[in-house]
Design a protein around this ligand. Structure first.
Ligand SMILES: [Zn+2]
Length: 246
């Protein structure tokens, strides 16, 4: 094997090994590392079992509450697209933000799940995109977009050439228009208080779930599921004492 090739292989192995180490205990969507075992995998994951405000949920029985419009300030300069073995994630360069109820959150990354994690009135969707934001104190707000089976998503079609097939793969990407095309024209939303849907399942996450679903073609859904080793959806969690706001 030529030296350069050997070096590249060992570098890529080192990168994927460090990506795994950063995630802590190995977790998955099925088998011994599956969602019902997440809390047992590490003491850092205890909220996955003990939490009372976990995500995703079935959004049902929403309480009318005239939520203020979310203000999107989304230049959407992207930096790279990453396959981390659990999802495909587009990292967003600093400068995109939302304002929700007078609270300012910076957009950090956008990633995908298939099928959807959240449900509406018991309906599961073909896919879901999560726009993950954080405020200056690290409080998180996730804008969720649901995708029904139907016409191809122009946003996903534009991302397709850059999609990283293998775990640990990073690629530079300019995907401003692609990311913008993932958002529905109507920005009406449901809101509830929840958690990360992956370990460590930390709570205090503001969930802003867009009511208008977008569409994804069966071919796109299958391609996403293949590269994300899907299905990659945590089952819905009990609402307990929480209200869903409409
Ligand atoms: Zn997610």
């Amino acid at each position: 094997m030529p030296k350069a090739t050997a070096l590249m292989i060992s570098l890529s192995l080192a990168i994927s090994a460090s990506a795994r180490a950063d995630e802590g205990a190995h977790w998955a969507y099925d088998g011994h590392g599956g969602p019902e075992h997440w809390a047992e995998l590490s003491k850092d994951f205890s909220m996955c079992g003990l939490g009372r405000n976990q995500s995703p949920v079935n959004l049902a029985g929403a309480v009318p509450s005239s939520l203020a419009a979310i203000r999107f300030d989304y230049p959407l300069e992207t930096s790279e697209i990453v396959n981390n073995g659990h999802t495909v994630q587009i990292n967003i360069a600093p400068g995109s933000a939302i304002d929700a109820d007078g609270h300012h959150y910076l957009l950090k990354q956008v990633h995908f799940h298939t099928p959807s994690e959240n449900q509406i009135d018991g309906k599961s969707f073909a896919a879901e995109a999560h726009f993950v934001h954080a405020d200056a104190d690290g409080n998180l707000a996730v804008v969720a977009v649901l995708f029904d089976d139907g016409a191809a998503s122009p946003g996903l079609a534009a991302l397709d050439p850059a999609m990283p097939d293998r775990t640990g793969q990073h690629r530079p990407v300019q995907a401003r228009n692609a990311i913008a095309a993932l958002l529905p024209p109507s920005r009406d939303y449901f809101e509830y208080s929840g958690s990360l849907t992956t370990p460590p399942c930390s709570e205090g996450v503001r969930w802003l779930v867009m009511k208008q679903p977008m569409t994804i073609s069966p071919v796109q859904r299958e391609a996403l599921a293949r590269i994300m080793h899907g299905p990659n959806n945590r089952p819905v969690q009990p609402l307990n004492a929480r209200l869903v706001l409409d």
